[in-house]
Write a new protein. Sequence first.
Length: 387
Amino acid sequence: MQGDEHTATDATTVTSLGGDSSRAVYRDLLRFGPRSRSELSQRLGLSAPTVTRVSRDLLERDLLHTLTAVPRTKGRPHEPLDIEENRGPRFIGVKVTADEVHAVVTTVRANVLEELVLPLSSTAPETLLETILLAAEAIIAAHPHVVGIGVGMGGLVAERRTVIASHLLGWTEPVELAAALEERVHLPVVVENDLIAMVSGLHWFGLGRSYDSFAVLTVGAGVGIATVIDGRVVRGRRHMAGLTGRVPVASAPDGSPIPVREVASTPAMLRRAHARGVLTGSEGIEELRALITAGEEGALEIAAEMARALAVTAVGLVAVVDPEAIVLDGETVDLLRAADPVFEDTLADGIAGRQQELVVRTLSGTFDEWARGVAVIAVQEFVGVAP
């Protein structure tokens, strides 16, 4: 792997930002960009001497740097401070799937410097632990100023430490993943549901910065929903808000609800494709994707059903949450777009007139944004933001 081009302060000097005032100053500059000391004092409610002391310490530790002074008509010029990103701390984000471990190393503003993908031979906790360690150790060797690691996967996670269960990995018993990794790498580790982590990344450093409220709808092996309302990620009492794909989109003949995952997820689409003869034998999602691209009628209808189900889900989200934007992502989001304009038309027909200005954004469907989001939860831990 290619290492950092810049020489950074020794990682041991930046594993902690210090007290509450230091964290507040660093966090404000990190999220909202350069400010003068007087502006920081006013925004954060800290005294001028406190801001001066804190900023001097952060400057001496190469965590901040000064920008060109801004002249004023009266008084001394403003000398803005900003985060030192090039020579600052590094963070690892690890996105776990049933088949692979996707790892990235980022700056403190979650700009990706390098990525590494390793195959996962088994989803057993011991195998996953060793694969994550292999990726982390390779990255740390090339980027020795890593100060935190984030791990994200599909499943229920408690306190950003313990994986309670993961249907994706076949885990039915709690796994103390953060503690097991920390014992080996001797760095702070946080673990989070991958969708929550991805949304946190969008909210802090991605397109979500433009919106106070937005919803993310992902489709692939499952269907996930996550929302940010008034600047806060909604998690729910049991941390299950939107993570199960159980939102009903239709009714079965017996009146029981049909959840969105039974229509839009990859396994559900493949079941219908085989049942209707669109796919045969062991053909899977790649063959279905090729047929959809080629315009095969039966394959296009399956994509349209997926698009309709996701749009009905989005209509419900908009009705309840009234977000400024809906963001679409996931491994099969391209199939949603192949069915255009089914999603857009169904959504427009279902939402209120005053909500027609809703913004719909589509991400790439790759795991880069997910791994980057997991790095962001490690950044949040570093700057002292509670989940």
